[in-house]
Ligand binder design. Structure first.
Ligand code: HEM
Length: 550
């Protein structure tokens, strides 16, 4: 396109040049300093008004260059995505702090991105700058994708049914002990008081998640070391896993220095556990992940090195901590909000696990997955509150958008250029009113209708008899086309799903057996999207009363 097509614009540029050329240096510098931001906004606006290459997805309108849609996306990505879907369709590009991010919404969008080739849609390119300083070298997104697939296979080995069976009783004990000890359960601890107490649900469930994960997966040495000092180091590491660190991997700030120091401390701690275990073989058999990883070899025949085991352990700690504590917190908040569902959960527990002498029996692992009310409470919570709202991949080569996903442009197709980041969002397809009845209502009963949308979506996601793929870590349901995919789909699908259900199921059952719960007047908290994982905003207290008071 030639400049002459923009005659008036070229004229304005010429006049501006003449004006600047006639100024003194000081005045010129001052004028530029004041006017550059205004000019860049003006140029950004003009640029967006110019005719565009029709094969590119539409770009979301934004006033500020570089900053783009960061405020709207950062504040409420769900509202932002639904608004953009209405204006621009299923596929659109937005500017996010200098990056071009293209969203592909609906189940077809999920399938396009999560079912696409990993050589085109790269998770490691999208995430490594955030994860490698936290997890460490040579694992997850700091190694070729094929190695990650092998690492996932090793972890799955550690999550064997045999190991999971051992965990139910351990988790139950941790929860009961916590309720006996924690200051926010003071009223519970006083047997003979029929009063309501209150606890901050996110605080309680976060602590329980780390206690139960360390008792089971992380191993007895980690559990024994969950001290105040450990909590501080963990918190420093966690402080390096934020949207700020995702957007800017290396700023000269305290949180970055603390992140790096904490990584080293925790990594050294795991390595010391491994060395001690190697030096004392033949001790009592452990059912934790360190034991499982110490026995694994890559396909080429080499065993995992100590630092790789340590870094995988950190990755698992980070992958499971906020996802499970967010899901557990939202589950309890909704249970507190719906006494009818709480009663149904309690009755289910009584029916299966209350013994004739009035005491409770610990469920078997298999029994936990066979409790329809509990199962549907967790599924429904993960539908409305999937902890990860945006799954990202970096595009390594130009990729054509299938016409089933976005209406073709004039020349017949959209192309997402190499260098864009793409986003799929189960948080949208899971509450899309075009797909779900009463999409935003938390209603666990939707999962018990065998003909309903929920059952169909679940079958697509987790079909025991359906299409299975092996990406290198065992057969998994394809699941990429389902509107319901809280654990992701395709080759990067979560391997912690069974563990998460076990952990959440045991925590929720134990709470429901022991206490009645209600929401205070402040009601259901709003979601906080400023963190990597969608958590309930404060205040997020739950009122409770001991159940067995006569
Ligand atoms: C991957 C969700 C718990 C380990 C994922 C992904 C999602 C997810 C959405 C896909 C990410 C992507 O495609 O970019 C959840 C939820 C959880 C949970 C909702 C709990 C409610 C856990 C736990 C563990 C774990 C407890 C470990 C024990 C992993 C691993 C991956 C993964 C290793 C694979 C990453 C990859 O292949 O790139 N999870 N997760 N997750 N998750 Fe989970």
């Amino acid at each position: 396109m030639s400049l002459s097509q923009y005659g008036p614009i070229a004229g304005l540029v010429g006049q501006a040049y003449d004006a600047l050329a006639s100024m003194s240096t000081t005045r010129l510098v001052l004028t530029l300093l004041i006017n550059i931001p205004l000019l860049s906004i003006a140029f950004n606006v003009i640029y967006q008004l110019l005719p565009k290459d029709k094969s590119l997805p539409p770009v979301v309108w934004h006033w500020f260059p570089w900053f783009g849609s960061a405020a709207a996306y950062g504040e409420d990505p769900i509202k932002f995505f639904f608004d953009c879907k209405e204006k621009y369709g299923n596929v659109f590009t937005f500017v996010l702090l200098g990056r071009r991010v293209t969203a592909a919404l609906t189940p077809a969008g999920n399938n396009f991105i999560l079912g696409g080739k990993h050589t085109v849609f790269s998770a490691e390119d999208a995430y490594t700058h955030l994860t490698t300083p936290v997890f460490g070298k040579d694992v997850v997104y700091d190694c070729p994708n094929e190695l990650l697939m092998e690492q996932k296979k090793f972890v799955k080995f550690g999550l064997s049914t045999d190991n999971l069976r051992q965990y139910v009783g351990m988790i139950e004990q941790e929860v009961l002990q916590f309720m006996k000890d924690d200051a926010s359960f003071k009223i519970f601890q006083m047997n003979d008081i029929n009063e309501w107490g209150s606890f901050d649900v996110l605080k309680a469930i976060s602590e329980l998640t780390i206690l139960t994960a360390s008792r089971t997966l992380q191993g007895k040495e980690v559990r024994a070391n969950i001290t105040k000092e450990y909590a501080e180091v963990y918190s420093d590491l966690d402080g390096g896993f934020t949207p700020l660190h995702f957007m800017f991997p290396n700023l000269p700030l305290e949180s970055y220095r603390k992140r790096d120091a904490a990584h080293k401390k925790i990594s050294d701690f795991y390595v010391s556990i491994i060395e001690k275990r190697r030096a004392n073989p033949g001790q009592e058999e452990e059912h934790d992940m360190i034991a499982a990883l110490m026995n694994q070899k890559y396909r080429v025949g080499r065993p995992l090195q100590d630092h790789e085991i340590a870094h995988i352990m950190i990755a698992l700690l980070m992958a499971g901590q906020h996802t499970s504590s967010a899901s557990g917190s939202w589950s309890l908040l909704h249970i507190a909000d719906r006494p009818d569902i709480a009663d149904a959960l309690y009755e289910e527990q009584v029916k299966h696990f209350r013994q004739s002498d009035g005491t409770w029996r610990t469920p078997e692992f298999e029994e936990l997955r066979d409790l329809p009310v509990l199962d549907s409470v967790i599924r429904e919570t993960l539908r409305i509150h999937p902890p990860i709202h945006s799954i990202m991949r970096a595009v390594r080569e130009d990729v054509v958008v299938p016409p089933t996903l976005a209406a073709p442009s004039e020349d017949g197709r959209y192309v997402i250029p190499k260098g864009h980041v793409v986003v799929s969002s189960a948080a949208i397809s899971q509450v899309d009113p075009m797909l779900w009845k009463n999409a935003n209502a938390w209603d666990p009963t939707r999962w018990s209708d065998p003909e309903g949308v929920a059952a169909q979506a679940y079958k697509q996601y987790d079909d025991a008899e359906g299409a299975k793929v092996d990406f290198g870590f065992g057969l998994v349901s394809k699941g990429t086309e389902s509107p319901y995919q809280p654990f992701g789909a395709g080759r990067h699908r979560c391997i912690g799903e069974q563990f998460a259900y076990l952990q959440l199921g045991t925590i929720i059952s134990t709470f429901v057996r022991q206490i009645e719960m209600r929401l205070p007047e402040t009601g259901m908290p709003a979601p906080n999207y400023h963190t990597m994982i969608t958590l309930p905003k404060a205040p997020r207290n739950i009122l409770y009363r001991r159940r067995n008071f006569d």
